[in-house]
Structure formats: C-alpha cells, structure tokens
Design a protein around this ligand. Structure first.
Ligand SMILES: Cc1ncc(COP(=O)(O)O)c(C=O)c1O
Length: 429
C-alpha cells in the first residue's frame, strides 16, 4: 500500500484568483460559495491554496466521517479499484451484499437499496410510499416545517422551506408540511390520501433541532393506527453522528418503549461514504419486497468501489469506537459552547444538538456583527469563524452548525472552542 497515493504537495503558490475565475466562467453559479479555495486536507484540518490551515468542524456538511486523507479510505479505494470499480446492477457482487448486511444488522430486520446521494435515497422512499398506497389511491407524504430533504423536484416539494421552492413551481404533488415536534398538527394534517410521514431525527438545515422522544413514539403509534409508513431522513443526523448509529436510537435511549422503536424506512448518505458518494435506504422487513425487479434503479448505485469504502468506514468506526468518541467529544464541545453562550449572551443565544451534530443560535440583532447586511447573520458569523481559521456551516439565518469528523479529538474540539470564543468575544466587546 505504501507510496501508491502521493501526499499532496505542501503548498505552493497562491492561485486562488485563477481557480475562482475558472468557476466564474465555467461553473453554474447555483451555490453561494465562501471566499476560500481549498487545496488538501489531513485529519480534521483543511488547507487552502495559500497554505492556510483551517480546523474543519463543518466536515463537508456532515460527510467527512473519518476526516481528510484517512489511510483506511485510501486503502479501500486502491484495493477495490484494483479488483473492479463498477459492474452495474445487472450482476451480484460481494461488497454490496456485505454492506447491506452490515446496515441491516445496525438497524433491524429489513433490506437496503443503494444510490448515490441523500436526495436519491429520499426519492426511493417516496416511490416506495407511492407503491405501498397505489391500489388505495394514497400517495401523499407529510413532512415538517424547516425540514430539508434535498434538491430534486420531489426533494424540494418535500422540504419545509420556501427558499428551496421559489421559482420552481409547480411543485410535485403529494407533499405537505406541518410544524415539527407537534404530534397534534401531524394528526390533524392526515387526509384519506396520506400514505407516509417523513421526519428528520434531528433537523439539520432547519437549525439543529432534535425530535423529542414523545414525538417519535407518537408518530409510530399514529402510523400504526392509520396504516401509514414512517420514514426517517437520516442523511445528516445518521451514521453515529449522534453517538448511536441512528439518532432515534440515541433520542430514545432509556425511554420506555424506545428499545423496540423502528421506522419503516430510513434514508442515508453523507457520512456513509466519508466523501465518496454513497446513498442508501433501509426498508423494514414487511415492506422490503415492495419494490420488485424493474421498479427502481440507478446505474452507479451500490458499486463495488462505493460499498468497499462504506464497509471500511464502518469497520474503522467500530474498531476505533467512534460512536463513543462522537458522544464524548460532542458532549465536551457542547458544554464548552454552552459556557460561551452563558458568558456572551448578547452574541450566543442557545446551543442545541446531540453528539457531533451541534448548532449555536445567534442572539437576534447583534449590532457589532460586520459584513454585508444582505447576507444572513449566520453567514456573516461564519465568515468571521473562517477568518479565525475555523470552518463551520450556516443553518438557516441564525444558526451555525458543527458537524466535524467522528474521530475529532478532544484537543481539536478545545481548539475549536478557543477559535469560536475569539470571534464571539470580539462581537460582545
Ligand atoms: C436531512 C437531509 N436530507 C437530504 C439531504 C440531501 O442530500 P444530498 O445533498 O446528498 O442529495 C440533505 C443534505 O444536506 C440533508 O441534510
């Protein structure tokens, strides 16, 4: 394995302007990008083309589960690509079967389908719901306000945020939103056409809000009573980020009835592939054969290469006890952030989240917050974190998310707290 992949050069020359010009001329400007041109990464750090180092507590939006440049991922990529990268789903191969088995054993009796992204995993669940309700004319999926389910046409119809829908009317029919963590609103919203409910265990883009245990148990009961499928979008909050494989397992720890809770479908992506594009959904056993041969598919889904990487990541997470690490370092980071919120209440209002999925909510109208007032406070605050050497991710207008690698060390969390305080203290002064 040695010397197969050369280390990236320790930088180099500042070609940031040239790279940005390439984007301006050739890349569709659908993303609001920060003014940073990255070059390479190592562990929990990313480096820009000027050689500047950033502590990456954004983790590429909850993707880089083992950080950057992890040798186990490199090894899986190299070894599997020597055997075979792609076969198509016309044929069987061992890595896909083994990955499905691993996911089923982490969740419960059922089966998996593989795709390439989070939104595709959700699309698969939406199709499953339509198939389930088809003969009774049921097709509607109820989701929640402030949810995020991806950017395809069905994804934006399912998402509970107007900003993703604007300009793309008419919406795909069959999606409605009700307030999150409000069981009464969910019950009241059901119609004869309703076939499924989809919620995030912890709303991510919507501002890092965990579901309450009562909400999850109540949704299960409601779905059983009304013959609905209960789907959980675990694209962001899943894969041990909360300290357990699935966020509902963490949320329901020690709650009576929690140990037997299972949704009917779970979408996954992001940390599953650690940066290599892999998506999947798990479907509970009674519904596991609903999508029969010819009903659903994607060329690249569950390729040998993608599955080999995902299997290796699961292996590292298990061997290095990274679920415990997410819980412990997450608790350390959360406590530290809470201390900052107590010390600087004019800047930080609340801290939310579980494990290594944490959000800080800014106080309203911070008069000292610099930057372009057409940008959200969260974006302006994130710019300050970047200038201090810390990468984080805005979530909505007022919240900043920390979604670091699951192997983040306590010392790195401590560094993150110091960098955050350096920004917060300036604003409070
Ligand atoms: C909860 C949730 N669902 C779905 C998606 C869409 O995933 P992808 O961007 O991989 O399509 C995201 C992406 O941020 C997400 O956070």
């Amino acid at each position: 394995m040695k010397n197969i992949v050369p280390s990236p050069p320790p930088v180099v020359r500042n070609d940031a302007a040239a790279v940005q010009a390439l984007f301006q001329q050739n890349v569709v400007p659908s993303y609001g990008r920060f003014d940073i041109v990255l070059s390479h990464g190592s562990g929990s750090y990313l480096y820009d083309v000027t050689g500047r180092r950033y502590l990456d507590l954004g983790g590429g939006i909850a993707v880089s589960s083992l950080g950057h440049g992890h040798p186990a991922i490199t090894e899986a990529l190299v070894e599997q690509s020597r055997k075979v990268i792609h076969t198509s789903n016309f044929y069987y191969h061992e890595p896909q079967g083994r990955l499905a088995q691993a996911l089923v054993s982490l969740i419960g009796p059922g089966k998996c389908f593989f795709c390439n992204s989070g939104v595709e995993a959700n699309e698969g669940l939406f199709k499953l719901a339509r198939k389930f309700g088809h003969d009774e004319g049921r097709f509607e999926v109820i989701t929640t306000v402030n949810s995020f389910h991806g950017r395809t046409l069905a994804g934006i119809a399912a998402t509970g945020q107007e900003k993703v829908k604007k300009g793309f009317d008419p919406m795909v029919p069959g999606f409605r939103q009700v307030p999150y963590n409000d069981l009464g609103a969910m019950r009241a919203a059901l119609s004869p056409a309703t076939v499924a409910i989809m919620v995030e265990g912890i709303q991510g883009e919507g501002g890092v809000t965990p579901a309450t245990p009562d909400y999850l148990l109540g949704l299960r009961q409601l779905c059983d009573e009304k013959k609905l499928l209960l789907f959980m979008d675990s694209v962001q909050c899943g894969h041990f980020r909360s300290g357990r494989f699935q966020s509902f397992q963490r949320i329901l720890e020690g709650v009576p009835g929690g140990e037997i809770f299972l949704p009917d479908g779970i979408s996954m992506a992001k940390s599953l592939g650690g940066g290599f594009p892999v998506g999947a959904f798990w479907v509970r056993a009674p519904y596991a054969n609903l999508l029969g041969a010819g009903t659903h598919g994607t060329t690249y889904g569950g390729s040998p290469l993608a599955c080999a990487v995902a299997l290796k990541i699961l292996d590292v997470i298990r061997r290095e006890k990274l679920a415990d690490n997410a819980r412990q370092v997450g608790e350390f980071l959360k406590t530290g952030l809470q201390c900052l919120a107590t010390k600087y209440p004019t800047v930080l209002q609340t801290v939310r989240g579980l494990g290594l999925m944490l959000g800080i909510e800014l106080a309203p109208n911070i008069p000292t917050l610099p930057g372009d007032s057409s940008k959200t406070p969260a974006t302006r605050f994130t710019n300050l974190l970047h200038a201090a050497g810390l990468l984080a991710i805005p979530a909505g207008a007022q919240v900043i998310r920390f979604l670091p690698p699951l192997n983040l060390r306590q010392g790195e969390a401590e560094e993150g707290l110091k960098l955050t305080e350096s920004v917060v203290a300036t604003l409070a002064a």
